[in-house]
Design a protein around this ligand. Structure first.
Ligand SMILES: Nc1nc2c(ncn2[C@@H]2O[C@H](COP(=O)(O)OP(=O)(O)OP(=O)(O)O)[C@@H](O)[C@H]2O)c(=O)[nH]1
Length: 402
């Protein structure tokens, strides 16, 4: 199976946006943390007014090409971001009935809150949808997912003996990890060394919208299973402004459309209103132990260095001193804060104080001026997106269904 080329992108005429009237409506009613999300909405509005958005000719062409293939393939894998299981719903399948042909893959589960993920999977089960949580970067996890997929294929073949080759369509909004999952399945799947030797791979990138073509990768033999990786698609307009903010924070919409500063502030609002920071209280003891060791180090360097290494957490990102210091700074700023976080002005005040306190651990000195804030914002976003500042699920499970 070959590569199908879609028409090339034309970013200068991108137009996807949150409709301005929706943003205005939402800005009038939003409360608390959503003030930050409102600012993001305003940024999207501004970008849209300049004709810059996420939807362009390449998404429109891809959307048509994918719609044509949906009825032709054996299995549909709708890849969603496990941090936003609802917001990352794929528009082309919105009204698609629950069926044995469709699986909702909650990818990036390593970045989501574990118990919330379980709740979401329970929710999907209640909706008669098949769902599966996966981390595309984890070999064992992908192996288990391949086994699950092969079991589904066997089920499907019970009713259809004619087709020896199975095609699986990977669908999803931008940046949810479709290409990463396709590559991992191709590398781990049981196919011959010669087939792997061709080392065809899909383009993986931290930036949304990098996959421009539909490409095919073999992931299993007997029967042969091919996955078709597709470009990420978002609808031309998103009416829910909060959804725009979540999509931007998780990376489905380009940062440049919103601004890293606004996104980092939004992340801090989420962190400040969660209980995550309480888990970092134990860093107080680690900090004092490390400074005690550092003090002693001057006297007997080698043995103390060994001790210091032993004391570091073996499986935790606290091994990284910058991450540890950032966590500790965030813990201190939140736990010492005397305001009411449900009040917008107080939350803003805390975030401002946090940006100031983070200058030291993130090496962004005052002399850098405005650049210091940008540096802090970029680093904070990177730490959040790599799971080093906690695991958050931004969508809540609809309560009346559980
Ligand atoms: N932590 C984590 N990161 C992942 C996972 N899967 C993918 N990523 C990262 O997410 C980013 C986007 O992955 P891609 O595979 O390019 O996403 P895509 O859905 O193909 O993106 P488009 O080309 O926009 O459609 C990359 O930086 C990947 O390394 C995962 O399970 N966990």
């Amino acid at each position: 199976m070959g590569f199908v080329l879609l028409s090339g992108p034309n970013y200068s005429s991108w137009a996807g946006s949150c409709p301005p009237e929706e943003i205005d409506k939402w800005m009038a009613t939003a409360t608390g943390a959503s003030k930050l999300a409102r600012q993001i909405g305003a940024a999207v509005k501004q970008a849209a007014s300049k004709g810059i958005g996420w939807y362009g000719p390449h998404m429109a062409a891809a959307s048509r090409a994918i719609s044509e293939r949906i009825p032709m393939v054996d299995l549909l894998l709708e890849v969603r971001d496990a941090r936003i299981p609802l917001t990352s719903e794929y528009d082309l399948l919105r009204n698609y009935p629950s069926s044995a042909r469709r699986v909702i893959v909650l990818n990036k589960m390593d970045l989501a809150n574990r118990s919330q993920l379980k709740e979401w999977m329970k929710y999907f089960e209640q909706q008669n949808c098949i769902s599966y949580g996966v981390n595309s970067h984890n070999k064992d996890n992908v192996k288990e997912f391949l086994n699950f997929l092969q079991a589904r294929v066997r089920d499907l073949k019970k009713n259809n003996h004619s087709n020896d080759t199975i095609t699986v369509l990977l669908l999803g909004i931008p940046n949810v990890g479709k290409s990463a999952l396709a590559n991992s399945m191709h590398q781990i799947g049981r196919i011959s060394a010669a087939e792997k030797g061709k080392l065809r791979h899909a383009t993986v990138s931290p930036h949304p919208g990098e996959t421009k073509n539909i490409s095919s990768l073999k992931i299993a033999s007997h029967p042969s299973i091919y996955v078709l990786d597709t470009p990420g698609i978002l609808p031309p307009e998103i009416h829910d402004v909060e959804a725009c903010s979540k999509l931007a924070l998780t990376g489905a919409i380009r940062d440049s459309l919103i601004g890293e500063m606004e996104l980092a502030q939004y992340f801090l609002a989420i962190l400040n209103l969660s209980d995550q920071y309480k888990k970092w209280a134990k860093l107080a003891t680690v900090s004092s132990e490390v400074s005690f060791i550092e003090h002693k180090e001057e006297h007997s360097s080698s043995s103390v260095l060994e001790m210091k290494q032993k004391r570091q957490f073996p499986t935790d990102h606290t091994q990284d001193s910058i991450v540890r210091d950032v966590r500790w700074t965030l813990f201190e700023t939140i736990s010492c804060f005397d305001g009411h976080l449900e009040r917008e002005e107080d939350l803003e005040r805390l975030i401002e104080a946090q940006f100031t306190s983070l200058r030291t651990p993130l090496h962004a000195p005052l002399e850098l001026g405005q650049d210091a804030e940008s540096k802090i914002a970029a680093k904070l976003l990177n730490l959040y997106r790599t799971g080093r500042l906690g695991h958050y699920t931004l969508d809540s499970v609809p309560t009346n269904t559980l």
